[in-house]
Design a binder for this molecule. Structure first.
Ligand code: COA
Length: 406
């Protein structure tokens, strides 16, 4: 953990990146057998050819974990060096505990704080900004930021206007403090909650927990519980407007002009939205990183997955300026200017690789051991020996306990 009283300017650089998508591919032709649609309609109206769908054993946490491991590998960072883990997701493993806490445990990142962040498809930009600002302020040194979703679990597979659009996956980055100028240079984060009826998933929460699920007519008067609803045309209009405005604002805030920008890494929702944004910004569409033909809309995972692929195939190069831009439910939207800082994966140190693998193995065992110990302590507490146990448990364990109680 970094000291809070730094004097030299600090920058937050992405130094590691990783992604994970399920093996199972669902093509447009496969969808023709599920809903009244066609490969031609989907390709022409969205640009999507196929998407990945999580298998029974896969979940938001398992995809996050796989992407996170890759990102740590690329950065050559140990789990024990992480100060903060943020998972941006709308499809968390549970309402709580957070998916980030599970990842913290599975990695063995024993000195990291962990929380989930909910800003729908804009979540990764929000999360990366939170981590970067904590690094720039000097409060932490190293963070893991994940965008991960298993949207397939919340899709209404009878609604052809939504189920054709989404896919599952995870992307992760490791962000580190440095005195080298660059990294995250500016941010625009926005929300307009008046658009909450345009896109969402009614599910267990303070409002909806008591709403019965089964047997409600599909009469359009209310969206089905636990299923995504969306007003596609309105979202389309909103997306094209905010992409242009937020990109221009983020670029200006970074003290740059659009001529300085090498790549736009947009949220992957619809190729027509990307094409419209390119036209509005007067940029060639080739300057927008796009892979939605293969993955569809993976919500909070789409930007880190696109980023990861573009770095791995050499399109993104050191010193280039990127704009990440996203939009989604909430409504939320945001953009960020990033100057890329690293030429490729960090030079791997064998000892660190070994220690990372060791950390993952030990983490699982330690976690099981802690749970077993807690259960044993509870049993002992309830047993006739409980009085004796409670007596010893109340004794100060070390000097710091004694100081605390005095
Ligand atoms: N297959 C075949 N036909 C379909 C269809 C499908 N999967 N989905 C809709 N249609 C039909 C509609 O019923 C409509 O038929 P009608 O003219 O007989 O009424 C027709 O196609 C046109 O529908 P429309 O909604 O105008 O299509 P569109 O060109 O706006 O495309 C979306 C629909 C959803 C692809 C588009 O609006 C979109 O991408 N919106 C943004 C969604 C988004 O990005 N969401 C995530 C935000 S993070």
């Amino acid at each position: 953990m970094a000291a809070n009283h730094r004097t030299a300017p600090r920058y937050a650089h992405v130094v590691g990146w990783g992604m994970a998508v399920p093996d199972r591919v669902l093509t447009n032709l496969d969808l023709e057998a599920i809903v009244d649609t066609s490969d031609t309609w989907i390709r022409e109206r969205t640009g999507i050819r196929e998407r990945r769908i999580a298998g029974e054993d896969e979940s938001t946490a398992s995809l996050s974990f796989a992407a996170a491991r890759q990102a740590l590998e690329v950065a050559d960072v140990l789990p024990s060096e992480l100060d903060m883990i943020i998972v941006a997701t709308s499809t968390p493993e549970h309402i709580f505990p957070s998916t980030a806490s599970l990842i913290q445990d599975w990695l063995g990142a024993s000195t990291a704080g962990a929380f989930d962040l909910s800003a729908a498809c804009t979540g990764f930009i929000y999360a990366l900004n939170m981590a970067a600002q904590a690094i720039i302020s000097g409060s932490i040194d190293t963070a893991l930021v994940v965008g991960a979703e298993t949207m397939s679990r919340l899709l209404d597979w009878e609604d052809r206007t939504t189920c054709i659009l989404f896919g599952d996956g995870a992307g992760a980055v490791v962000v580190r403090g440095s005195e080298m100028p660059g990294g995250v240079l500016s941010n625009v984060l926005r929300s307009d909650g008046s658009g909450c009826d345009l896109l969402g998933v009614p599910t267990v929460g303070s409002r909806d927990a008591a709403v019965p699920d089964a047997g409600l007519p599909r009469d359009g008067t209310r969206p089905p519980m636990h299923k995504m609803y969306m007003n596609g045309r309105e979202v389309f209009r909103f997306a094209t407007r905010v992409m242009k405005d937020s990109v221009l604002e983020a670029v200006e805030k970074a003290g740059l002009t659009m001529d300085d920008i090498d790549w736009i890494v947009p949220h992957q929702a619809n190729q027509r939205i990307i094409a419209r944004a390119a036209k509005n910004l007067n940029l060639p569409e080739e300057r927008f990183i796009s892979n939605l033909d293969r993955y569809g809309n993976t919500s909070a995972a789409s930007i880190p997955i696109a980023l990861c692929e573009a770095v791995n195939d050499g399109r993104i190069q050191p010193e280039q300026y990127l704009v990440l831009v996203g939009f989604g439910g909430g409504l939320t939207w945001g953009a960020m200017v990033l100057q890329w800082g690293v030429a490729g994966p960090a030079e791997q140190t064998a000892i660190k690789r070994y220690r990372r693998e060791f950390s993952y193995t030990v983490a699982r065992t330690r976690s099981r051991f802690s749970r077993t110990l807690r259960r044993l302590a509870e049993l002992l507490n309830r047993s006739p020996l409980g009085g004796l146990y409670r007596f010893f448990d109340r004794l100060p364990h070390d000097a710091s306990d004694q100081e605390g109680s005095s």
